[in-house]
Write a protein that binds this ligand. Structure first.
Ligand code: NAD
Length: 483
């Protein structure tokens, strides 16, 4: 394995620069060692980035392009990611922890966003509204201007790609605030923007503390639209800042999503959903399958399968987990791991049973044993709050209405799932679960084409799919009086 560059800079107005707030050490969670340092932006850096983006917007360079041309540039950014997939995946694994094969999937997924939204650039059309013979009226979409994109550490490349691709495809200039735990892999977006010939300042990528650079960016008066993925607490702070400037924001916050598993479930297939749903990225997924609600007749079978999957996972450094399969990396940091351990201990105090896992692993790094909890009741903290770790809570139910009530019994509403061969039952559940996205018989079914976002405290607005493009544009109506 080649050496990681010891120091990484921010990218503002087409130049690599140091940060006014100094540097942050980026820790490899697979070993606990310092991996590299990254520049930290201060208020002045954020201001320069926003002004660069504003200048690009006001120049009209991006909106003036024929959309197909802009779309081709966006698509080319996706190809740039694929051309560098091995390099980016390696860095992503080292800074974030996920197995190398999951990192490769993440980069490929990121590239798909550029392909998808690049394709859509020329399809965003207004409409003509009849007002009678004295008028000709039409609408068209214009970019907001400066799009601020605040990124979490769980899928830093994919999350950046989904906002940046849609923002650029619609003609916005973008300022990306990368997460302080995993800022390194985002260098590729700056390189890609340069490689495809976007004007300087159209894409700015900077790392900084959330409470400092993040807060300054979200409150900046020249930012016209904000996209945020992360915790509810930060989402509220960002929405409050956006409200002060009367600019729209999209909030993609957490979840406590439930799979409802009926007695006719295909358990062999469901094993794959357990691996993917709660142990992918060590459970640090906003749409993780963190609760399984299982019909009481199959409770013990599902517990056995979940424990089997958890115990069969080979857990260790992501860089050594190259092949797709039953393996898992560390959590992103010691702090996140310790928070999850504390939540499991609290669940035990409240009466839950640890069927397997629940402890820190006795190796260097931020490792938590894959964990399955039983005897969980719906009102326990562990069943209400996001753990954001490899911790599955299994809760039995007796009938359909009880299952739906438990599924809907948290303040979140990001995704929900139903596992049954009975189409009527699946359809009823799909209607009644309060969540932005429902999976039937496959957790994470969908793709970049399908809209994604939350009900309740899981946020508002949609990322992914056609719907997301509309977050990046405002409608202008032109009414012409004909004499
Ligand atoms: P966070 O919400 O604090 O951080 C996410 C991003 O927001 C980071 O880039 C951070 O720098 C920035 N940020 C933080 N405070 C800010 C502020 N006041 N103004 C503007 N930006 C700010 O999340 P975290 O501390 O990294 O993780 C804490 C919890 O958040 C996790 O345990 C998990 O429950 C949740 N989380 C959810 C997701 C998700 O995909 N929904 C992703 C990451 C974290």
């Amino acid at each position: 394995m080649t050496r990681v560059k010891p120091y990484w800079q921010n990218y503002i107005d087409g130049a690599w620069v140091d940060g006014g707030a100094g540097r942050v050490e980026v820790i490899n969670p697979g070993s606990g060692d310092v991996l590299a340092e990254h520049a930290l932006a201060d208020e002045t850096d954020v201001d320069r980035a926003v002004h660069a983006a504003k200048r690009v917007h006001e120049s009209g360079a991006l909106p003036a392009m024929r959309p197909v041309e802009r779309g081709r540039m966006v698509q080319a950014m996706g190809r740039y990611l694929l051309d560098h997939i091995d390099e980016v995946a390696r860095i992503l694994t080292l800074e974030q922890g996920k197995p190398l094969w999951e990192a490769q999937h993440e980069i490929a997924g990121a590239a798909r966003y550029f392909e998808y939204y690049g394709n859509q650039a020329e399809t965003l059309e207004g409409r003509s509204i009849p007002l009678g013979s004295g008028y000709f009226d039409f609408t068209h979409y214009e970019p907001y201007g400066v799009s601020a994109q605040i990124i979490p550490w769980n899928f830093p490349v994919e999350m950046t790609a989904r906002s940046l691709s849609a923002g650029l495809a619609t003609g916005n200039a973008c300022v990306v605030k990368t997460p302080e735990l995993t800022p390194l892999s985002s260098w590729v977006f700056a390189d890609a923007a340069e490689a495809v010939g976007l004007p300087k300042g159209a894409v700015n990528v900077l790392c900084g503390w959330g409470h400092q650079a993040g807060a300054v960016l979200s409150a900046h008066k020249d930012v016209n639209q904000i996209v945020f993925t992360g915790s509810v607490k930060t989402g509220i702070a960002i929405a409050t800042a956006a409200a002060q400037n009367v600019v729209p924001c999209v909030l993609e916050l957490g979840g406590k999503s439930a799979a409802i598993v009926y007695d006719d479930v295909d358990l062999d297939a469901f094993e794959i959903d357990i691996r993917q749903g709660i142990f992918k990225n060590a459970g640090q997924v906003c749409s993780a399958m963190s609760r399984v609600l299982v019909h009481q007749n199959r409770h013990d079978d599902v517990v056995d399968r979940a424990v089997k999957i958890a115990k069969s996972l080979s857990v260790g450094p992501g860089s050594e987990r190259v092949e797709a399969g039953l393996n898992m990396g560390p959590m992103v940091s010691m702090a996140q791991r310790d928070r999850a351990v504390a939540m499991v201990a609290e669940a035990e105090r409240q009466g839950a049973n640890i069927a397997t896992g629940g402890r820190r692993m006795n190796i260097p790094g931020a490792f938590l044993e894959p964990t399955v909890l039983t005897d969980v009741s719906p009102e326990m903290t562990i069943a209400q709050e996001e753990v954001f770790g490899p911790v599955l809570s299994i809760i039995p139910f007796q009938d359909e209405s009880q299952a739906i009530e438990i599924a809907n019994g948290t303040e979140y509403g990001l995704v929900g799932g139903v596992f049954t061969r009975d189409l009527d039952r699946a359809t009823r559940a799909a209607q009644r679960i309060r969540a932005g996205q429902i999976f039937v018989n496959q957790w994470f079914a969908g793709g970049v084409e399908t809209p994604f976002g939350g009900y309740g405290k899981s946020g508002y607005g949609r990322e992914k799919g056609r719907e997301a493009l509309l977050n990046y544009v405002q409608t202008k109506n032109v009414a012409i009086s004909i004499k």
